[in-house]
Write a protein that binds this ligand. Structure first.
Ligand code: SF4
Length: 397
């Protein structure tokens, strides 16, 4: 046993499943995989109903002890163990201890290091997204020290990356509803850190300067002076949303594609006159006239989302790609979410918490549960970016 620090944002610590009130149940539309121990427990259960469902609905895969079987959907694409009130029969008839590890833990997960554990929630759960986006203090960090078993292969926290991660979160927090400013400041910080990797004191001084520039309005001025590249924005959006449109049926795909259809409608409207700029201006106008003023009154919405992404994705994670590549991905995904919101405003004339929660949770349900999507997004970014990762600034204009 070792002494470790456990960190979690407030909305993670306080999370409660919405159960039968959930707007998009996680037991619907997803292939749910069961481990060997749980499968055998259900097949041999003294509860006849559970035993019968397991015998009729478990499809044995035997890929590994963790990946032992999947459960068939019923005619509504719902897990066969779910009852008419959208409650789990295993939970109801055998108790919470009988749930498989997948069912017991979702939407919770954690990243374990030698000296700390960071707890999180996946935003594919609409209730987790609602909790994150609707409370001002959702990303307030709670930490405690405990003892736990630590695997030999657990990673050591990279203190340099951790420092940059904390600084990035502070920059976003200071930028409040002005997400562009936060992302611009992070890009500046990462570029500086890339050039001065060992000089922690210089990085700290640069970070303090950035905080001051946010406060004084200097960063806001830099963002206002950024050149806009409509062609890059248009082409990146089209590539990312075509991918969503081409995905095979999965949970929440119908919901995200409802918003993608609106974005496509706005994007293709300019094509008749070969005027890509006109489509992008429609989106920009909807954003600046309706979305941004609405967000200014609720600065926690986008601030919490970007802070969550920095915390959850542990950015900058320079293990496989450069820190700037990850920032490009985050910026591109934020730009897509922003454009989906703007298109919904442009077509339906309204913005609400519900629309933003819908877009963000369904985007995460469809894109964040397989590594293929992230790789695909990186490929598309490579195809549209001009020169280097700094062209992410074109998405902030
Ligand atoms: S998606 Fe989230 S709120 Fe909905 S049933 Fe699953 S865990 Fe509960």
């Amino acid at each position: 046993m070792k002494v470790i620090t456990v960190n979690e944002p407030k909305f993670v610590a306080e999370f409660q499943c919405a159960g039968s009130q959930c707007i998009d149940h996680c037991c619907q539309g997803w292939n749910i995989v069961f481990d060997k121990k749980s499968v055998n427990k259900y097949l041999k259960s003294p509860v006849i109903e559970i035993k019968n469902i397991a015998a009729d609905s478990m499809v044995l895969l035997k890929k590994s002890h963790v990946h032992w079987a999947r459960v068939k959907f019923n005619e509504n694409r719902v897990c066969s163990f779910m009852d008419e009130d959208k409650l789990c029969k295993v939970h109801a008839l055998m108790g919470p201890a009988a749930l498989s590890p997948t069912c017991a833990s979702y939407p919770r997960s954690s990243q374990r290091f030698k000296s700390e554990e960071n707890k999180t929630l996946t935003l594919s759960c609409p209730e987790a997204t609602r909790a994150l986006l609707t409370a001002d203090d959702a990303m307030q960090m709670i930490s405690h020290v405990t003892t736990a078993k630590v695997a030999d292969k657990a990673r050591i926290v990279n203190q340099h990356d951790k420092l940059l991660n904390l600084m990035s979160m502070h920059l976003v927090n200071a930028s409040q509803a002005q997400t562009q400013q936060g992302l611009y400041a992070i890009a500046s910080l990462l570029l500086f850190a890339e050039k001065h990797p060992q000089q922690v004191e210089d990085i700290e001084a640069y970070f303090n300067g950035l905080m001051h520039s946010i406060e004084s309005g200097e960063i806001s001025q830099h963002v206002a002076n950024l050149e806009c590249d409509n062609q890059l924005q248009w082409s990146l959006l089209l590539r990312l949303q075509s991918y969503l449109g081409s995905r095979k049926s999965t949970r929440s795909l119908g919901r995200i594609n409802w918003y993608v259809a609106r974005l496509l409608q706005v994007q293709t409207s300019g094509l008749e006159n070969n005027n890509v700029a006109a489509s992008m201006e429609r989106l920009a106008q909807a954003w600046s006239s309706t979305a941004q003023p609405w967000l200014n009154e609720r600065p926690h919405v986008m601030r919490n989302y970007i802070m969550y992404r920095l915390y959850n994705d542990q950015l900058p994670d320079a293990r496989k790609r450069s820190a700037m590549s990850w920032l490009y991905l985050l910026t591109a995904e934020w730009f897509l979410i922003k454009s989906l919101i703007a298109a919904a405003i442009e077509i339906d004339g309204e913005i609400s918490e519900k629309i933003i929660i819908d877009i963000i949770y369904s985007f995460h349900a469809v894109t964040k549960h397989n590594a293929i999507t992230t790789e695909f997004f990186f490929e598309q970014i490579e195809k549209v970016k001009v020169n280097d990762d700094l062209s992410l600034l074109y998405l902030l204009a």
